[in-house]
Design a binder for this molecule. Sequence first.
Ligand SMILES: [Zn+2]
Ligand SMILES: [Zn+2]
Ligand SMILES: [Zn+2]
Length: 103
Amino acid sequence: MNANCPHLEDIRTVTPSALGCEECLKIGSRWLHLRLCRTCGHVGCCDDSPHRHATQHFHATRHPLIEGYDPPEGWVWCYVDEVFFDLPPELTTPQRGPIPRYY
Ligand SMILES: [Zn+2]
Ligand SMILES: [Zn+2]
Ligand SMILES: [Zn+2]
């Protein structure tokens, strides 16, 4: 789709790992928005959330692509190249169930 980001070719169809941020659910924390890893399906919270689990997931795994997911917002962000891309509806990940919301 874009020559600026070689990772987009590796975008995968994933099943979200949890209804909300995996780590926040475990520790009973809250989040603002959710990000879905398009390499492994990890659900983490955004950088405006207290724990920034999506970014932590990237640093731990180097999985580059996250999708705005709460509900699906139709974009992906590449951490490595720091670029946004629009996702066509057929490439967005459907919500797995009601997502807990706090704000
Ligand atoms: Zn990239
Ligand atoms: Zn979190
Ligand atoms: Zn991942």
